[in-house]
Design a protein around this ligand. Structure first.
Ligand code: S3P
Length: 445
């Protein structure tokens, strides 16, 4: 599939409901499998990645029934999972495969986990290594420096061995995998992370009654004296800030009458992009702020002509807190005066594509001067003239495709983006959503 984008001919305008947060959606599904009571999940996005987690929990014994605006998930509890009859296909979804590794590490049966071409190249040693240290059985395909899918997880002899694990990188997926395995271990499993990766698992597992404590950068699951019961009534999935970021940047660079995005998750581990935008001089207002559930939410509002932006630096914790938004922030940087530096973001190299390489290649397609570095990139902003009309490759990466589409709104002519099928992994209605705001974005064969 291709995305075809016309330059925006007028400011964007409208009220846009962004699909449910992908990270929270995965957890709502996978953690409901562990619940002893049925859980009503509302607001789940219809992206393919969450669909993979839904199929996975069905294969492991959950039932999923639609009831009005919710999915009612009847799980198996911690100890009632059944072996899947066939390999579980995780598609493009790193979160599905890595969280499943943790969930399955303590099961008495073996499971094979497979993925698509992109996922089959992604590094799994980061999750396999700590789980092996806990006594789990896991193997994958040895390929050069790392291990890749297909993976075989289990069978385990229980309990696993609790341990203190310093995470080598700020990764919520690895952190969550170790904590999930910790539910099947014989004591206190503690994970210390070097940076503030998203903390949805901590919030949601605690809601279900897991014996989990967060102290600074260390999260501990201690099973001693615990009744081994997780239970909850409902998970509400707020709108995905990572998807909202595309509409926000579109409104900032193309101008907005008023663009309103309701009920967006504003968990501080996810809002680095809002801090970056503020540092660049962009104005995004947070209205209707709510803090009555596990995740805080707000309506994001952008109004006014194309923003007058200045370059910035994104590094350290801020790079962790905006890791998935760096491709779209790179587009914003191309519309800001000065050179923007993105550092400490080597994790971009192992996302759905090598996002340092693919972001830089995409921006160059639009005539932007930028340089790749081992841990990030630089972008020279030229807001004084339109971007070049471009024909670019998304390399099968949903966030590169969508970032390129937003860049196309301020280009001098039509933009064509190849290999954009995977937009459906996180945001199936992306082209229609942008068009509803007054842009002209089409997904076509
Ligand atoms: C995710 C964690 C991040 C993020 C990914 C979703 C999650 O990956 O980039 O899109 O849901 O836990 P890492 O754990 O590799 O940092």
């Amino acid at each position: 599939m291709k995305l075809i984008v016309e330059p925006a001919s007028r400011p964007l305008e409208g009220y846009l409901t962004i699909p449910g947060d992908k990270s929270i959606g995965h957890r709502a599904l996978l953690f409901s499998l562990l619940s002893a009571t049925p859980v009503r999940v509302r607001g789940l996005g219809d992206g393919a990645d969450n669909g993979r987690s839904a199929k996975a929990i069905s294969a492991l014994g959950a039932t999923i029934v639609r009831d009005a605006d919710a999915l009612v998930i009847t799980g198996t509890g911690l100890d009632g999972m059944r072996a899947a009859g066939a390999p579980i296909d995780c598609g493009n979804s790193g979160t599905t495969i890595r969280l499943l590794c943790g969930l399955l590490a303590g099961q008495r049966f073996a499971t094979t986990l497979v993925g698509d071409e992109s996922l089959s190249k992604r590094p799994m040693r980061r999750v396999i290594e700590p789980l092996l240290q806990m006594g789990a059985t896991l193997s994958g395909v040895g390929q050069g420096a790392d291990v890749t899918p297909p993976l075989v997880v289990g069978p385990a002899s229980r309990p696993l061995t609790a341990m203190a694990y310093p995470l080598p990188m700020a990764s919520a997926q690895v952190k969550t995998a170790v904590l999930l395995a910790g539910l099947y271990a014989d004591g206190a499993t503690a994970v210390t992370e070097p940076g503030p990766s998203r903390d949805h698992s901590e919030r949601m597992l605690r809601y279900l009654g897991a014996p989990l404590v967060v102290q600074g950068r260390t999260t501990t699951v201690d099973t001693r004296g615990w009744n081994r019961r997780l239970a909850g009534a409902a998970f509400d999935v707020p709108a995905d800030p990572s998807s909202a970021a595309f509409a926000v940047v579109a409104a900032l660079i193309a101008g907005a009458g008023e663009v309103r995005l309701p009920d967006v998750c504003i968990n501080p581990t996810r809002t680095g992009f809002l801090d970056v935008i503020a540092a660049m001089g962009g104005q995004v207002t947070l209205e209707d702020q709510r803090n009555d559930g596990p995740e805080p939410t707000a309506t994001l509002v952008v109004r006014g002509p194309a923003a007058n932006l200045r370059a910035t630096e994104i590094a350290g914790d801020l790079a962790v807190r905006s890791i998935d938004e760096l491709p779209i922030l790179a587009v914003l940087a191309a519309r800001a005066y000065g050179t923007t530096f993105i550092r400490d973001a080597e994790e971009l190299r192992v996302k759905e594509s090598d996002r340092i390489a693919t972001t830089v290649a995409m921006l160059r397609g639009f005539g932007v001067t930028c340089e790749a570095n081992p841990d990030g990139f630089t972008v020279e902003g030229r807001p004084d003239r339109p971007l070049d009309a471009a024909h670019v490759q998304a390399h099968g990466d949903h966030r590169i495709a969508m970032a390129a589409a937003i860049a196309g709104l301020v280009a001098s002519g039509p933009t064509l983006i190849d290999d954009a099928d995977n937009v459906t992994t996180s945001y199936p209605g992306f082209a229609d959503a942008l068009s509803a705001l007054g842009a002209n974005v089409q997904l076509a064969q």
